[in-house]
Design a protein around this ligand. Sequence first.
Ligand code: NAD
Length: 321
Amino acid sequence: MDARRAVVTGGAGFLGSYLCERLVERGTEVICMDNFLTGSPDNVAHLMGGPAFRLVECDLTGFVHVPGDVDLVLHFASAASPVDYLRHPIETLKVGSLGTLHALGLAREKGARFVLASTSEVYGDPLEHPQKESYWGNVNPVGPRSVYDEAKRFAESLTTAYRNSHGTDTGIVRIFNTYGPRMRPHDGRAIPTFIRQALSGEPITVTGDGTQTRSICYVADTAEGILAMAGSDFEGPVNIGNPAELTMLELAGTVRDLTGSSSPIEFIDRPADDPAVRRPDTSLAASRLGWKAQVDAEEGLRRTIAWFADKLSQTPQAVAG
Ligand code: NAD
């Protein structure tokens, strides 16, 4: 059954904005809570003014109060791109720990289902491939990425403790690389970077030798998988991603072809602790949630490129700046 009233933390971010949108479309009243650290009211501007949507500026690491009933809490607040969490390391650890504590407290108080946005980054630089939910991961606890990876690992542990100690109805989704319209051109993730570079004729910068792999999932697919988890009583963790795997060099070449760009491909240094491979085993999502990704990389990239091209034509400085 669809929720009647949901709180989406981080709802003004990339992924959160799609969740708000889908929930409103399904008739759920949505309270979107965000401090705009990496998100923007622009992402949910199309929902504002409607009776079923409210945007509340709020920092999840502080006191959180929501009047009235709530039957679903989707906890998505957290910087997510490496550029963002390296710029905001303490904030990232605080929202993963204190923010998760407060979001769980809200779910407990209201008797709501709680879904934690965890990440494939909990697998670190994986020694098992593809990654199943049973894999414990290979994370450097003092490496530069640890502020994000360990925050999410702590958040998973806290969520599990609330389930076991307080009986809170919790679910954990481990989301793999997701892309689509509304990503920020300068958020530092590979897809917006490649598209921005290709559209503005700059060199497309591939890190290392480009043989490292990722599995990319189109945002509409990811949102459906998360909402399937929200509508279930499954505790997870469950991988949400598209198992089709491609190398960074293949991704750069595909973006270049689809944009019709003549940008050269340039190789730059690879960041510390960058995972060599990444591919979800999604059989659990298929069997427990009846969900699997539908949009292939070429189609998803076409849609994303069209959105970026449109943005570039309206505000060239937003993409090229
Ligand atoms: P995003 O940066 O676009 O969105 C995160 C949102 O959280 C932003 O709107 C930001 O302002 C808000 N936020 C950050 N700290 C906050 C705080 N203390 N209080 C209130 N709001 C706060 O990132 P995204 O890509 O939309 O990711 C959303 C969630 O999904 C994150 O938890 C991320 O870890 C998870 N996730 C995303 C991906 C992906 O590929 N996009 C993959 C794995 C996991």
